[in-house]
Design a protein around this ligand. Structure first.
Ligand SMILES: Cc1cc2nc3c(=O)[nH]c(=O)nc-3n(C[C@H](O)[C@H](O)[C@H](O)COP(=O)(O)OP(=O)(O)OC[C@H]3O[C@@H](n4cnc5c(N)ncnc54)[C@H](O)[C@@H]3O)c2cc1C
Length: 287
């Protein structure tokens, strides 16, 4: 059973996310990280996709490595903005031919420079194409604190609800306060949508990177987090320790409300995600 929709129907999924490696050295490093996390038995591993173009082939190679050389279920992220229908369809067909059964359908962000030759505007269009190309289990993105480009909370939730009526599941952007996730679920419930929405955890490894991603995602960096990390930016060991503690505590608050799963960003490291996993006592359905 390798469709994430089926896994979710059987119980909560616990998963890891990896960025695509950028060079040969990073490929070897990622393979080592994958080997270190594999014994935990994650329900699936996802690999992000460089909307800018530079790392697209790396996503394919990374996903194929997980699929063919590990026991883990692999899911590629796939963005559609700035690409032609033929390009996307070609990649979906390749994934289908390789035996992959899941895809995370995303809009991505328009290229900063150059002409936008894409034929897509929103993720929802990619769901239709993925369904038509192959019987993939299709996931989408959800932003608990609202997508940064949304014109209003109401319209963001309406578009998300429409997307979730077509998709099998969603994975959230990361956030630092559990209430953001609970509020999102309540708002979707009020719109009559109960598609599983898996919350994400981001163990902080580097303060500047975590702050930059938080701002890019339109999420709130709370004062209490600044207070906990104050003066520690250059102390990698202490930052990692606090990052694990913060992710563990957030994970516990989320698990207390029985979410459909947890998705942990690895940033291609194994120690912090593994500690969070173990602190939370996670185990896959097969374990
Ligand atoms: C879990 C997760 C994984 C991600 N992985 C990647 C990745 O691998 N690579 C990458 O480049 N990016 C990734 N992203 C970022 C994402 O691609 C960007 O944030 C992008 O801007 C939005 O993608 P989306 O799929 O949410 O877009 P959409 O669902 O299309 O929404 C984008 C915006 O348009 C609005 N909208 C949607 N439909 C309509 C409509 N019909 N009319 C008007 N407005 C509408 C929405 O409210 C929202 O404001 C990820 C995000 C998350 C949460």
């Amino acid at each position: 059973m390798a469709k994430i929709a089926d896994l979710l129907a059987a119980g909560p999924t616990y998963s890891f996310e990896f960025p695509p490696p950028r060079n040969e050295e990073a490929v070897l490093h990622q393979q080592k990280v994958l080997l270190e996390l594999e014994p935990l038995g994650p329900s699936f591993c996802s690999v992000t996709y460089g909307a800018g173009g530079s790392t697209r082939d790396n996503t394919l190679e990374s996903v194929l490595y997980i699929h063919h050389h590990t026991s883990m279920v692999a899911m590629p992220h796939l963005t559609c903005v700035g690409q032609t229908r033929d390009e996307i369809e070609g990649l979906l067909i390749r994934y289908r031919e390789e035996g992959l059964e899941n895809v995370l359908a995303l809009a991505g962000d328009p290229p900063l420079e150059g002409p936008d030759e894409g034929e897509f505007t929103y993720a929802v269009e990619l769901i239709d194409l993925a369904r038509a190309t192959c019987d993939f289990s299709v996931g989408v993105a959800a932003f608990p604190e609202v997508h940064p480009k949304s014109t209003s909370r109401e319209s963001d939730r309406r578009h998300l609800a429409d997307k979730l009526r077509l998709a099998d599941f969603a994975i959230t952007q990361f956030f630092w306060t559990a209430d953001h996730y609970f509020r999102l679920i309540d708002e979707l419930d009020a719109l009559g949508v109960d598609t599983p929405v898996i919350p994400s955890l981001f163990p902080i490894i580097n303060v500047a990177t975590a702050k930059r991603f938080t701002a890019l995602n339109g999420a709130t960096w709370p004062q209490w987090l600044d207070d906990r990390l104050e003066g520690l930016a250059d102390n990698a060991q202490e930052v990692r320790k606090i990052g694990v503690e913060v992710a563990t505590q957030l994970g516990q608050e989320l698990l207390a409300q029985d979410p459909p799963g947890l998705h942990i960003y690895t940033t291609n490291t194994s120690a912090a995600p593994k500690e969070v996993w173990q602190n939370l006592g996670l185990s896959s359905q097969d374990a």
